[in-house]
Ligand binder design. Sequence first.
Ligand code: ADP
Ligand code: MG
Length: 233
Amino acid sequence: MLAVIAIVQIRELTRIYQQGDIKVVALDRVSLDIARGDFVALMGPSGSGKSTLLHIIAGIDRPTAGSCRVDGIEVAALSETELAGWRNSHIGFVFQTFNLIPVLTAFENVEMPLLLTGLSAAERRAHVEAAFELVGLADRMDHLPRQLSGGQEQRVAIARALVTDPTLIVADEPTGNLDAKSASDVLGLLEALNRDAGKTIIMVTHDPKAAAHARRTLHLEKGELLKDEEVRR
Ligand code: ADP
Ligand code: MG
């Protein structure tokens, strides 16, 4: 029988930031599993450790103690050089502020992660066009970011996050800078990518309406993961 291995396995994960004499425990012995194909919303008040947890999963930050395995790899054990390559092929990161490069077209922005792979220009074009189809912006590929609405910019950023077919898509407050209609479009897109394309997604949000698009919700408070019975509704 095949054991079902969680795509993300976190055990007793702790992150302490030390600034002079002040210690901030951003994550306090967090343990959790995320299955392949899941869509998890990570909620909690400001400062509860949501971004820290996302950054450790994505290999952007390193834990003080404990374990975080993504697809069987202990991320913190990778060197900085290994991390750069690992991140590029395994993590698609979506930011609150989109982070598109203003002087590049939408097409060129989405192509960026593929420049680090061995794909030919024709292969890259095919992957980029497929990503634009998935986010519903095939007619905007030659636009510059400033020629797009905020919602469209975020959909381009999502295309960039999924163009390498990463193990995980992680999104930190992806609708935080969007109006209600654009936010709803972006959430609908993430939901469809999970449901129809099988993408595994972890999304930080403090908006319960955004979290309702996910399959399950985790709650952080002061660096600790709340048990179901501890969540105030
Ligand atoms: P959230 O995303 O839930 O708002 P964060 O994960 O950004 O919370 O931060 C959790 C705690 O860790 C906060 O108290 C924050 O001030 C602190 N923190 C985060 N990053 C750093 C850092 N680079 N240096 C020092 N403290 C940090
Ligand atoms: Mg944050």
